[in-house]
Ligand binder design. Structure first.
Ligand SMILES: Cc1ncc(COP(=O)(O)O)c(C=O)c1O
Length: 427
């Protein structure tokens, strides 16, 4: 029965039972973690062989003839550019293979635009234009928001719907306000909702008519190939789509192998129009003599081709899909029909997004801490860590082993129910 239909007496007795359960669980001194959106040990072990695959000099010579043990090729070795171009359905001219982190490329891209302006000739640096703003579809990725906060960029929260950001709001704001310079997008298996942007959303994003001539879409395709099940979500290519509307230079795409090979030791990529890539390359060649080409070589030798990467991702999915299913099973068993929570059922990516009873997410987080279960803090999925409805929590199922994940999920359900009952009793 839905909690909102319970009488005060029924709520009191439910609370008493939940309190008892809570105290019993607390006495077990749990030490669990469902906060870390990282690879499990089993996943990390999949790629160990990669570390030993540069054995002699011949393994280090790129097809361009460059010795990867030495300086050179600031935009990456050609064979890496080719595979990433294929992954992103573009050409190697539209790609720079960077260092070990796409977030680093995003930060640098914003910093570059703050200091030098966007890639158009005569563009005024963002930092010289007074207050500038970014649209932040939320729930979203906390580290995107942290970059804006650190750079002094005002963040405007936009609702994330089932098929992507609320495009009515995005179109309106972007077309009216020239101080809005960017929008964060995680178009496939979004963090944390798992949302896959629909074709209509991508078309509307491509066709934006920004009031700011130096507006940019930050298209963070971190989970581009991270399907949990056989049928991967298909999306149209935004770099092609923007050309139809004369917005050729409006989009930067980012991706990396962080959740394909080794987080923090993978390879990252930025893609954009050739015009933008040439400009970015010219700045980058002052910033660095080149990125880690030996690591690029290791990846190329290990995966061989895009096909190789796709096959490899099936091995990741075999390890993590059962974890997503387990969390869903526990949430369904414990919370369905109570009218106090809803959660996403992602078909890819790294997270499940749980909306608890409005006004209780912080409380649920505190209760989880009390039980010894580490959860991403409530509010983290919104700009300035302020969830206007105080209801969203991000669940990261990939790291813990199944038995720990089950205990953590059960604890989460208990806290969700307990916080909702308390809220209803105090209403
Ligand atoms: C949406 C999104 N973008 C970027 C990253 C980080 O990527 P990288 O390791 O390439 O910096 C993450 C990691 O969780 C993420 O969820």
């Amino acid at each position: 029965m839905e909690y909102t239909q319970l009488t005060a007496a029924e709520l009191e007795s439910t609370k008493a039972a939940l309190d008892k359960e809570f105290e019993e669980l607390k006495a077990k001194n749990l030490k669990l973690n469902m906060a870390r959106g990282v690879l499990s040990n089993d996943q990390l072990d999949l790629t160990m062989e990669m570390l030993g695959n540069l054995r002699d000099k011949s393994d280090c010579i790129s097809e361009a003839g460059t010795d990867c043990r030495n300086y050179g090729l600031v935009d990456g070795i050609p064979e890496a550019k080719r595979i990433f171009a294929e992954l992103l359905c573009t050409t190697p001219d539209n790609i720079i293979v960077g260092g070990n982190s796409s977030l680093n490329l995003m930060y640098d891209t914003i910093a570059r635009n703050m200091i030098f302006g966007v890639e158009e000739e005569g563009s005024t640096p963002w930092a010289q234009q007074g207050k500038i703003k970014f649209l932040c579809p939320s729930p979203g990725y906390d580290r995107h928001f942290a970059i804006c906060e650190r750079m002094g960029i005002e963040m405007i929260t936009v609702d994330m719907l089932d098929d992507g950001p609320d495009m009515d709001t995005v179109e309106k704001l972007v077309s009216e306000d020239p101080s809005i310079k960017g929008i964060w997008c995680v178009p496939k298996y979004s963090n944390p909702t798992g949302v896959v942007y629909s074709k209509e959303t991508i078309v509307r994003m491509s066709a934006l008519k920004p009031a700011a001539k130096d507006f940019r879409v930050f298209w963070d395709d971190a989970y581009i190939i991270h399907s949990l099940y056989d049928k991967a979500a298909y999306q149209i290519e935004i770099l092609d789509e923007v050309k139809k509307y004369g917005n050729d230079n409006m989009v930067y795409i980012f991706t990396s192998t962080s959740k394909i090979s080794f987080p923090g030791s993978g390879i990252a990529v930025i893609a954009s129009s050739k015009h933008n890539i040439d400009k970015i390359k010219s700045h980058m060649s002052v910033q660095t003599i080149g990125h880690d080409k030996l690591n690029q070589m290791r990846h190329i030798k290990y995966f061989g081709s895009l096909e190789g990467i796709i096959k490899h991702m099936e091995r990741h999915a075999a390890i993590i899909a059962p974890k997503f299913q387990l969390v869903d099973e526990v949430l369904t068993r414990e919370l369905e029909g109570l009218g106090i929570a809803k959660w996403t059922k992602p078909t890819g990516g790294y997270f499940i997004s749980l909306d608890v009873y409005p006004g209780t997410a912080k409380k649920v987080y505190e209760m989880m801490c009390e039980l010894g279960v580490n959860l991403t803090p409530a509010g983290a999925t919104f700009p300035y860590r302020k969830d206007p409805r105080d209801q969203n929590l991000r669940i990261a199922p990939t790291f813990p082993p199944l038995d720990e994940l089950r205990q953590a999920s059960e604890a989460l359900c208990l806290c969700t129910k307990r916080a909702a009952v308390e809220k209803l009793l105090n209403a």
